[in-house]
Design a protein around this ligand. Structure first.
Ligand code: SF4
Ligand code: SF4
Length: 336
């Protein structure tokens, strides 16, 4: 049900990008006002980031993602709507949230202190302020592109020559209307722009993002289509095709990023195939980054009260990471 809704919403917003906003220009709203008023749902704005693009950056985390990576470090980003997070280690089982919930979604639990029926929960947040133990929190809030832009603007003194804004997620383009509006506002104000994308988006949206970005951080999870589907829920055909198009048709710099997940995509063969793909297809890829798997997302799956997905891996050794980077470097590609 979630997937169907998200797909239809995406089609609606994509259509609006090219028809809705443009039709408003020159009628009742000026372009800047229309862009500023564009709403999105994000779950964080982080300041002074140094790992997601050049220089010092402000990272905006958009909610929603078309993939379901088993190792996801931000599982609260996957759904587009705001979501309840519950920290059972903090909960003192006082029961106050049971009476606060207008949906009757919360009950005293057996395996946890209280249990929230996620099929009933709307993420309304009524149970959050009543909790005396700070055990409940809503991840995700509505904001306009204009409000986000003004928060980004406050950091511009720290950007130096090459810093700027990076829109990530979730998937930066999961809410294309919002992200493209924010990119355009930043671009027109001279703030350097970047997005991080998984590439599982429509080419038209990615192309427009490519025109508005200085850098695109493009994630590739696996070079094998079946393995990609197994780890993320989708094959990689469209993702690789979009990347080829992006390099051919847009002038933005591309940084390819690969999360290295031991036992899934850390074979030398997979990294060799990736290197060949970059070498043969990407004119505008200045560097490849290999990002070692970490376990920071594990607790968040619990906070969302998701059933365990059976996935397990481990942090790769520094030696193995360097061996994989050396393979990429042997193709004449800068790798970090
Ligand atoms: S977020 Fe709202 S619907 Fe969900 S459990 Fe809390 S009070 Fe109930
Ligand atoms: S109000 Fe907070 S501490 Fe009390 S039962 Fe609910 S989650 Fe636990």
């Amino acid at each position: 049900m979630e997937k169907v809704n998200e797909t239809s919403k995406t089609q609606t917003t994509e259509a609006k990008i090219y028809a809705g906003i443009k039709s408003e220009i020159g009628t009742e709203m000026k372009l800047a006002e229309a862009l500023e008023a564009t709403k999105g749902t994000i779950f964080n704005i982080q300041h002074f980031c140094i790992h997601d693009g050049p220089g010092i950056r402000t990272n905006v985390f958009v909610k929603g993602c078309p993939l379901r990576c088993l190792w996801c470090a931000n599982p609260e980003s996957q759904m587009r709507a705001p979501q309840l997070m519950y920290r059972k280690d903090k909960c003192v089982a006082c029961g106050a949230c049971l009476t606060a919930c207008p949906r009757g979604a919360i009950a005293m639990g057996t395996d946890v202190k209280v249990h929230t029926d996620r099929t009933l929960c709307t993420g309304c947040g009524a149970c959050v302020p009543i909790c005396p133990a700070d055990a409940r929190e809503i991840s995700g809030y509505s904001i306009t592109a204009g409000e986000t832009f003004h928060e980004v603007q406050e950091d511009r003194l720290f950007y130096g020559d090459d810093g700027g804004v990076t829109i990530t997620g979730g998937e930066a383009l999961a809410q294309p209307e919002f992200t493209l509006a924010l990119l355009q506002l930043c671009r027109e104000d001279g703030i350097p722009t970047a997005i991080e994308t998984c590439g599982a988006v429509s080419w038209e949206v990615l192309r427009r993002a490519g025109e508005l970005c200085d850098v695109i951080l493009y994630d590739i999870k696996h070079m094998d289509d079946a393995q990609h589907r197994q780890g993320t829920g989708q094959g990689n055909t469209r993702i690789l095709e979009n990347l080829r198009h992006l390099s051919r048709e847009c002038a933005c710099d591309i940084w390819v990023r690969v999360p290295i997940i031991p036992g899934y995509n850390d074979s030398e063969e997979n990294i060799r195939q990736l290197s060949c793909f970059v070498k043969e297809n990407l004119n505008h890829c200045s560097q490849v980054h290999l990002l070692p798997f970490h376990t920071l997302g594990e607790g968040k799956f619990e906070e969302l009260e998701n059933a365990p997905n059976g996935f397990s891996s481990h942090i790769p050794s520094g030696e193995h990471m360097e061996r994989l980077r050396d393979i990429i470097r042997s193709f004449g590609i800068i790798c970090k």
